[in-house]
Ligand binder design. Structure first.
Ligand code: 13P
Ligand code: SF4
Length: 307
């Protein structure tokens, strides 16, 4: 869509936002058109904090379902909507409350940490939540030396490397994000041939993380690039992150790994946002009992990681 075609849509969305006292929260992986109408753009932790602190009455979360659920959990008085209700996260689907309960029986002395990429019912069954940006801080904050960690086994192995004094048990043993799992050493070799700095998301497999220069959440990637004089960056995470970085740092060169596309993150379009605002479709409703426990796990994360 050209910017001229896009203008009337922006006006329409801004008008609807004003009338509803609504704000749009968009993940870093959303496409530029969605970012153009967003009030907040960020990583999972930044979106969660924005949802908690907002003065808006209505929140439209452009990302995947667990992000909209997290917004609702942190600000239950607000109406929260997801423009494409079936935008899910296949990584989150690896974990179930039953799997958490089985692991608790097996390791009764362990604390259960779940990645924010999980359902509200899994958050309710856990002791505490973490994001990719604060997983190490959250695990270090716990008194237990044994930690059950799900559903991302790659993030679990990253935490194990950073907190070697604790035993980290991934549940399930093979949970992963298909987008990050696909990166190969050939991709690393191609990046090294061009030169520059390689930034990898903690959801990448161990071999990729070890060959990268820096491992960081999407939010931290932005902060690192801002502070650094390096001109050329290779971004080992979802491809749209590079569009976000190009919009922020016009003078720097960014390379992505082609085909690193999250199909669910790409589902949301401007038309979906307009439909959502017009008809107030795609509202998030959560089971009250489990929402209370899930909120407790999220609050513990915020206490442990955000001062
Ligand atoms: P961030 O918290 O780094 O934004 O990651 C979210 C995600 O889904 C990564 O694939
Ligand atoms: Fe889930 Fe991976 Fe998509 Fe992130 S990129 S939302 S972890 S499937």
């Amino acid at each position: 869509m050209s910017s001229a075609e896009f203008g009337p849509d922006i006006n329409k969305i801004n008008k609807a936002k004003g009338a509803l006292h609504a704000k749009i929260l968009a993940h870093n992986y959303q496409i530029p058109e969605v970012h153009a109408v967003a009030d907040v753009i960020g990583d999972s932790l930044e979106l969660a904090l924005a949802a908690r602190d907002t003065d808006a009455e209505v929140l439209i979360v452009c990302g995947v379902r667990f992000m909209a659920e997290t917004a609702k959990l942190l600000n239950p008085e607000k109406r929260v909507f997801i423009p494409v209700p079936d935008a899910g996260c296949p990584l989150a689907d690896y974990l179930t409350p039953e799997l958490i309960q089985e692991s608790r029986l097996r390791y009764p002395d362990a604390a259960v940490v779940v990645y924010v990429n999980s359902s509200a019912t899994c958050k309710a069954a856990a002791d505490i939540v973490c994001t990719s940006g604060n997983a190490v801080t959250v695990v270090k904050s716990l008194p237990q030396s044994r930690i059950i960690f799900g559903p991302d086994a790659n993030l679990a192995s990253y935490v194990r490397e950073q907190v070697p004094e604790k035993e980290i048990i991934p549940i399930p043993a093979d949970g992963h994000c298909y987008v990050h799992q696909e990166f190969s050493l050939d991709d690393i070799r191609s990046a090294r041939q061009i030169g520059g700095t390689i930034l990898a998301h903690p959801e990448c497999p161990e071999i990729i993380r070890h060959h990268a220069d820096i491992v960081a959440s999407t939010g931290r990637m932005i902060r690192i690039i801002k502070k650094n004089d390096e001109q050329v960056w290779h971004i080992f995470t979802e491809e749209a992150m590079v569009m976000r970085l190009r919009s922020l740092f016009l003078d720097k060169e960014f390379h992505s790994v082609q085909s690193a596309v999250c199909r669910d993150m790409r589902k949301t379009t401007i038309e979906d946002i307009i439909r959502c605002l017009d008809g107030l479709q795609g509202e998030i409703f959560l089971d009250q009992d489990s929402a209370e426990y899930a909120r407790r796990s999220l609050d513990r994360m915020l206490k442990a990681s955000v001062s």
